[in-house]
Ligand binder design. Sequence first.
Ligand code: UGA
Length: 438
Amino acid sequence: MRVSVIGCGHLGIPHAVAMAEIGHEVVGVDLDPAMTDRLNSGRCPVHEDGLAELLAAHLAAGRLHFTTGIAEAAAFADVHFLAVGTPIGADGRSYDTGQVVAAVRALAPHLRRPCVVIGKSTVTVGTTGRLAALLARLAPAGAGVEVVWNPEFLREGHAVEDTLRPDRIVAGVASRHAEDVVRELYAPLVRNRVPLRITDPATAELIKGAANACLGMKISFINGVADMCAAAGADVRQLSDAIGLDPRIGRGGLDAGPGYGGGCLPKDLRAFAACAEALDAPDAAALFHAVEQVNDSRPAAALRLVEETLGHGVAGTKITVWGASFKAGTDDIRESPALAVATLLHRQGADVTVHDPLAVPTAQAHHPRLGYEQDLETSVKGAELVVLATEWPHFRDADHEHLAGIVARPVLVDLRNLLDADTWRAAGWTVRQLGRPA
Ligand code: UGA
């Protein structure tokens, strides 16, 4: 099939590449000519394993190209994916669908024949119907333009595997014809046993919000239980492993840590809580607010563990924070728990140096008051305490014996329960982990 993907960011680029990989002819559309030029020359702006190679292969095979011309895309494709951003709006809680509406308004006048517009961005319930009405009014093809909601579930750092081998595909459709188009589009993945769930549009819109709210809920749940483990002298990692064996619970999302961050979970929890209120479901809203409240308390909980380890406040103490990105495998620092912890330590008067294998330049630009070090070894010189805040393998595999001789005091607080604490302790380190016995 011939498809367009409108919006060439973290969502659109992997999706455009994946559509080409499963055999479609694809045009990617973006307003920014520098971005489309860059993509057409095979330079991938998104850091994801395997993405640059697939991009280059499909450009070379002529199955994929990029343009700023929306009229060209409308003439070329019969299916148009919307993959633009939906940041949180001015109220700080609900999605700003301005970019989605702008993309639809730009596309509509060029839609002269029946086609299907498929939204992938995360939106509030009811958006599909509003866009369908807008297109029926503005497109020359009128009601021949159908709208489907097909939320994306990819995780940053796993974009290629999650788009080519997703856990499930969800599509909210309003007609049999739209369902047929979706089935044809995704047939190569469905043949590979990827479950396809066809729903109505409102259900599809809510599935995305509910999935992220459920992930956030598990993370806040285990972080709350980690506090209980700490107080009782119990071990949260053993607890997660044991309850995770119950298939009704599952082990995923049960790693205690400094809280969930990134460009999705925090914003989606806020928006899902606001959506629950708007839909007059106050008990659901209260539950999601509690999830947020636990998450917001995590930097303070990290500070308490650091102070307990030091035996005094952090003012005047030289502390190295390992990690700046919101999770391992990405340079994304949006709502990063690691930087929230580093900022809190700094505000309490600690002398903070941050090290991260990828995210130092971005962190430096956004948090200029903190100190930075690109090199792991240099980052701990003279440190009186190291806080491990992002779960990079780079930290787990660090040469603990060598580093013990470089720091001022070999003391480490592992907020991700990443390290084999016994081997570090054998090399002279004092190690405290989250919700685990000292
Ligand atoms: C999340 C969802 O996992 C994806 O399914 C979804 O498509 C995406 O949001 C989105 O809406 O676009 P992502 O933001 O890449 O993906 O991050 P996750 O891997 O879910 O991690 C989120 C945060 O939770 C990170 O800060 C991570 O460190 C933390 N986390 C995760 C924990 O603290 N404990 C866990 O057990 C799992």
